[in-house]
Every structure is written in structure tokens, then in C-alpha cells.
Design a binder for this molecule. Structure first.
Ligand code: PMP
Length: 355
């Protein structure tokens, strides 16, 4: 068969691997590859989803009810809140709004696998700053990497996929060093799992008030268990968020998703109890792996990082063989989500067999 002539794709886009999910789990397997919440949805959230929705009508383009609710919760104006179909959408919107051809976007590496695509889609250049020992952000090196072409910097805390946080003190010193006209995206997708008292919390500290160049990102996908519905939000200066609203694909937050997010906020106390259960499992997993001699960095999130280096593919295959679907990053390490109770012992058993 002859190959059809295809439309020309921008070479930098063609060079980028398409975003792919971890393997889907079979019936007996634990899916520990996407940092999802292992608990069943709450009945009240399901009820909100099925409440009569006029699906022949478009949703509210501004997700006004959810923005008002989040504004109330965090003590900011609804205009200081932006909602989109997942916080990953907001990452794209903010980078498209700030960076263009010849501009630079700085982020740590290794970090969230969606980051490398962001500057490329905008036609800009990504600048990766290696993590410091302990798999932590090297914020001094990231500030050193700023040039007059830098338009945005992404700071991920806790860092996906390695787990450690950025402290309040580190973040304050970093913000003080970054020019005020450079956007800082503080990606706190896993904030609700953090227990370290010195961790930066962009919302509790209201960093965006003193520093309008800081936008804080949060999501309903992890602690709130709504990954499949796609709802994330940003809090920051209204004029900065207007730029994200401008580059957003209109109407992409469905009314069902908006309603389920509000129902989750109504049930926050119950959802926080589940978060506490995950945190307790995380501690057992982390301590168990360390006791086996794995050099696991501190995790303040709902996953742990196994730095398997050159053995990564082999180690990941052993987990998959045991029906544990984990996320390998070839040549570097494996990210394992903290999932169902029964998965903890199984992960520890497989990890022990590989020492
Ligand atoms: N930021 C980080 C650091 C993430 O790990 C993820 C999800 N894996 C996201 C953002 C995006 O989450 P969502 O689009 O589901 O809100």
C-alpha cells in the first residue's frame, strides 16, 4: 500500500511523542500509573452528576457557580479564579498567553511529562533545569536560568514524579529573584496530600496577592477523585487569568463536571478523610521501600518514586507481571501511585524480590 500524502506537521511537534497514558489495568490488576484516587465516587457526587442537566444547552462558559464557590472558599474574588477542563488545560492556556517564538519557558526536569510539550506548542523554547540531589527542585539554578527571553517558569510542588515539596522559604526567595514580568506557575496538583509543615502553600499564603506574577494551579483530579470529569482551577491576579481565559478553548467545562466539583466541595471533610488514608498508606510504602534499601526520595504526594536507573524497564516489567501497573520512565525510575490497601503489600513484595 502506498503511503498517503499527509498534511505538513511542524517539525518540532512531529518530533514530540504524543501524550500517552500508562497501560490500562486488567480486572485483577491495580492501576498505579496515573496517580488517581482509588476510592469509589461519593454517592452525593454521583447524585449531583445525574441531576437533570439540560444537555441540549451549552454549559456556563465561565463556570460561574464553581468559580464563586472557590472564591468564597479561598477568600478571593470570583475573577481571581479560573476553571478549565483539567489543570493541564490551564498550563497550556498560560504558556500560550505568555510565550511565543524565541521566548523561553523554564521548568525542572524530571517533572510532569506534559511540561516539555507546552513551550513547543507555543513555538517557544523549553529550558530544563535538572533536579537537585534528593530529587528536589533546584530553585537557585532555575532563577539563574532566567534570561531576557524568559516568559514563564513552572514550579511543581510536590514534584511529579519524584515527590518532594518546595518549602515556603525557598519559594519566597525564588520569587524575590525572578523579574516581576515573568509568569510563575505554581503547580500544586497534589497539594492536599502534603503534610510537611514547611511546604509552600500558594493559596494559604496568598502568594499571588503580593506577587501578581504568581498563579497557583490546583485540580479536582487527585484528592477530590474527579480525574475522569476533568476539572482544574487557577487562582491569581484577575488580569493574568483573563489571558488564560482568552487562550482557552471555550465551553470546555461541562455542566456535569461543574456540578460534581461543587458537590465534592460540599463533601470536602469526607474526602479529606480519604486523603488521610492515602497519606498513611504512603508512609507505609515509603518506609517499607526504604527498609529494603531503595533510595526513595521523600514523597508528599499520592505516589512514590523508585529510582531504578538502568534497571527501570526490567523492574517495571516485574511489577506488571504481578498485576501492578506502574509508570516507568526509561533509564531513570518508576512512579508508583498510592492506591488500594491490598496494593501496598503487593508492591512491597515485588520490590523486595528485586533487591
Ligand atoms: N500538574 C501535575 C503536576 C500533574 O501531575 C497533573 C496530572 N497528572 C496535572 C497537573 C494535570 O491534572 P488535571 O489536568 O487532571 O487537572
Amino acid at each position: 500500500m502506498t503511503e498517503p500524502t499527509l498534511p505538513r506537521i511542524r517539525p518540532e511537534i512531529a518530533a514530540l511523542p504524543p501524550y500517552r497514558q500508562g497501560k490500562q489495568a486488567g480486572a485483577d490488576a491495580f492501576k498505579l500509573s496515573s496517580n488517581e484516587n482509588p476510592f469509589e465516587p461519593l454517592p452525593s457526587v454521583l447524585e449531583a452528576l445525574t441531576r437533570t442537566t439540560p444537555i441540549n444547552r451549552y454549559p456556563d462558559a465561565t463556570a460561574g457557580a464553581l468559580r464563586a464557590r472557590l472564591g468564597e472558599k479561598f477568600g478571593v474574588d470570583a475573577d481571581a479564579v479560573h476553571v478549565a477542563s483539567g489543570s493541564v488545560s490551564i498550563l497550556y492556556q498560560l504558556v500560550l498567553a505568555t510565550a511565543s517564538v524565541g521566548d523561553e519557558v523554564i521548568y525542572a526536569w524530571r517533572s510532569f511529562e506534559a511540561y516539555p510539550g507546552l513551550p513547543l506548542v507555543a513555538g517557544a523554547t523549553g529550558v530544563q533545569v535538572p533536579l537537585a540531589p534528593g530529587a528536589r527542585h533546584d530553585l537557585d539554578a532555575m532563577a539563574d536560568a532566567v534570561t531576557d527571553r524568559t516568559r514563564a517558569i513552572i514550579v511543581c510542588t510536590p514534584n511529579n514524579p519524584t515527590g518532594p515539596i518546595v518549602t515556603s522559604g525557598e519559594f519566597a526567595a525564588f520569587v524575590a529573584r525572578v523579574p516581576q514580568d515573568v509568569l510563575i506557575i505554581l503547580d500544586e496538583a497534589y497539594a492536599e496530600f502534603v503534610t510537611a509543615p514547611d511546604a509552600v502553600d500558594g493559596l494559604a499564603e496568598r502568594v499571588f496577592e503580593k506577587h501578581p506574577n504568581v498563579v497557583v494551579l490546583r485540580t479536582f483530579s487527585k484528592a477530590f477523585g474527579l480525574a475522569g470529569l476533568r476539572v482544574g482551577y487557577a487562582i491569581g491576579h484577575p488580569r493574568v487569568l483573563d489571558a488564560a481565559r482568552t487562550t482557552a478553548i471555550p465551553l470546555s467545562v461541562t455542566s456535569s463536571a461543574e456540578r460534581a466539583a461543587i458537590a465534592s466541595l460540599d463533601a470536602e471533610a469526607e474526602l479529606r478523610e480519604r486523603v488521610a488514608v492515602i497519606v498513611e498508606r504512603r508512609t507505609r510504602l515509603l518506609e517499607g521501600l526504604r527498609a529494603q534499601g531503595w533510595d526513595v526520595p521523600d514523597s508528599q504526594s499520592n505516589f512514590v518514586w523508585l529510582p531504578a536507573g538502568e534497571r527501570t524497564d526490567e523492574v517495571a516489567a516485574a511489577f506488571v507481571e504481578a498485576d501492578l501497573i506502574v509508570r516507568p520512565f526509561s533509564g531513570d525510575g518508576i512512579r508508583i501511585s498510592v492506591g488500594e490497601e491490598e496494593s501496598i503489600a503487593r508492591v512491597l513484595a515485588v520490590a523486595a524480590s528485586l533487591r
